[in-house]
Design a protein around this ligand. Structure first.
Ligand SMILES: Nc1nc2c(ncn2[C@@H]2O[C@H](COP(=O)(O)OP(=O)(O)OP(=O)(O)O)[C@@H](O)[C@H]2O)c(=O)[nH]1
Ligand SMILES: [Mg+2]
Ligand SMILES: [Zn+2]
Length: 355
C-alpha cells in the first residue's frame, strides 16, 4: 500500500471514531412506525418526514415580531410563524432566525404557514450589542456582497476607511465591492489611479460612479443584479443617492432610520431584504452603521488585512502580527515594495487601535 493511501485510511477511521450512533433501539421503533412503511410516491417526495407537510424553500425577508416572519417563496410573500418544535430548539440554543435565512416552509395549512427548518447560513452580518455584556446581534444572513461606498470628494476619499471596511467584510465572509462615488468631482485622474492602484492590484472589484453624469451606474446595476447586497460607507458618500438612482421606488421604502433612538439606546435592528426590479435584493439595515471592528477580532486582522493573504502564510510564526517578528513575510514584502507603506501604516493603525 502506498504511503498516501495509508494516511487516507487513518484519517477516515479517526472520523468514524467521532461519529456517535444514536441508541440502536431507535432504529427498531422507526421500522415499526407506519409512515416509514408507506412507499414514497412521486407526489409525496416533496413532503417531509412529518406526514402531511408540504415543504417549500423560502427566504426570510423581514421579521415582523418574535417568531413571525415575512417569507419569500418563488417571488411570492407569505407571513409565517415558527413551528413550536423549532421555537423550542432555537430558544435552547440561544439562536434566532435572521433576515436572509433560507428556511423550509410548510405550506400545507395555508394561510397558516410554518417555518419548519432554518438551513445552514453561508455567512452572517454581526454587530455587537452595547454595554458590558457583549452579545452578538445577527443583522442578516446569506448576504452575497457588501458595497463599500466612498466618495472621491465631499467627503474626501480615505483609503484607511476602505481598509477598515474590507477587514470587516473579510471577517464576515462577504465579498466586497469598492464604489468611489461623486467621480464627477474628479480633477486629476492620475491621482485617482494612484489612490486605487493597490486595490485593483490585489483584485478587489472597484467601480467609479456618479449620479450626476451616470458614470459607472450601468456597471453597478450589473454587479447588483441577482445578488443580495448591502451598502455600507460613511455618511454623505451617496448610498441613498445611488439606490435612488437605480430604483427610485426602493428609496421610499428605505427609511433613514437612525441607529439610536432619542435616549441614545439602540433601536431594534429592523433589517429588510428589498427586491430590486432587475433581480436580487438590497439589504436595508440601520445596524450596518454600527458594525465596526471589535477587540475580539484583533488577532484576525494580520490575516484579513487587504492583500496580506498573499504573504502571511509564509511568516515564520502562524500568529505573526507583522510588527516585530523574525522572518515575517509581510515585513519582507514591505521592504520589497510589494506593499505600499501607506497600506502598512493603515494596517498598524487598525491593528494597534484594537484592544
Ligand atoms: N457631486 C455629486 N454629489 C452626489 C453624488 N451622489 C450623491 N451626491 C450628494 O451627496 C449628498 C449625500 O448623499 P446621500 O445619498 O444622502 O448619502 P448617504 O451615503 O446616503 O448618507 P447617509 O444616509 O447619511 O449615510 C447629497 O447631497 C447628494 O446629492 C454624486 O455622484 N456626485
Ligand atoms: Mg442615506
Ligand atoms: Zn508576519
Amino acid at each position: 500500500m502506498k504511503q498516501k493511501d495509508k494516511k487516507q485510511i487513518k484519517r477516515n477511521s479517526g472520523r468514524m471514531l467521532n461519529f456517535v450512533l444514536p441508541d440502536p433501539d431507535i432504529l427498531d421503533d422507526i421500522k415499526d412506525a407506519p409512515q416509514y412503511k408507506t412507499a414514497r410516491t412521486k407526489e409525496k417526495s416533496k413532503h417531509s418526514f412529518k406526514l402531511g407537510m408540504d415543504l417549500a424553500e423560502g427566504r426570510i425577508t423581514e421579521i415582523k415580531s418574535n417568531y413571525l416572519y415575512l417569507v419569500e417563496v418563488n417571488g411570492e410573500m407569505h407571513t409565517a410563524s415558527m413551528s413550536g418544535r423549532l421555537k423550542q430548539f432555537l430558544y435552547q440554543s440561544h439562536a434566532l432566525a435572521a433576515v436572509g435565512d433560507r428556511v423550509s416552509l410548510d405550506l400545507s395549512n395555508a394561510p397558516d404557514y410554518r417555518v419548519e427548518h432554518i438551513l445552514p447560513r453561508t455567512n452572517s452580518l454581526i454587530r455587537y450589542g452595547g454595554g458590558s455584556f457583549q452579545k452578538e446581534i445577527i443583522l442578516a444572513a446569506n448576504i452575497d456582497q457588501v458595497i463599500i461606498t466612498s466618495s472621491w470628494r465631499m467627503p474626501m476619499f480615505k483609503p484607511g476607511l476602505i481598509d477598515r471596511y474590507l477587514c470587516i467584510a473579510a471577517i464576515h465572509g462577504i465579498a466586497p465591492i469598492i464604489v468611489i462615488n461623486k467621480i464627477d468631482l474628479l480633477e486629476d485622474s492620475e491621482e485617482l489611479e494612484e489612490a486605487t492602484a493597490y486595490y485593483r492590484y490585489i483584485g478587489i472589484p472597484l467601480l467609479c460612479t456618479s449620479i450626476i453624469d451616470g458614470t459607472g451606474m450601468l456597471e453597478l446595476r450589473n454587479m447588483l443584479c441577482n445578488k443580495d447586497s448591502v451598502f455600507t460607507g460613511h455618511s454623505g458618500t451617496g448610498k441613498s443617492s445611488l439606490i435612488n438612482y437605480l430604483e427610485p421606488s426602493l428609496t421610499l421604502a428605505t427609511a433613514e432610520v437612525s441607529d439610536f433612538n432619542e435616549k441614545g439606546k439602540h433601536t431594534t435592528t429592523q433589517a429588510i431584504l428589498l427586491p430590486w426590479s432587475f433581480g436580487g435584493h438590497l439589504l436595508d439595515t440601520p445596524g450596518i452603521k454600527t458594525i465596526s471592528l471589535h477587540g475580539d477580532q484583533k488577532e484576525l486582522i494580520p490575516k484579513v488585512f487587504p492583500g496580506f493573504d498573499r504573504f502571511h502564510h509564509d511568516c515564520r510564526f502562524r500568529d505573526c502580527s507583522h510588527t516585530h517578528e523574525e522572518d515575517c513575510a509581510v515585513l519582507k514584502a514591505l521592504e520589497d515594495d510589494l506593499i505600499p507603506i501607506e497600506r502598512y501604516d493603515s494596517y498598524l493603525n487598525i491593528y494597534e487601535g484594537l484592544k
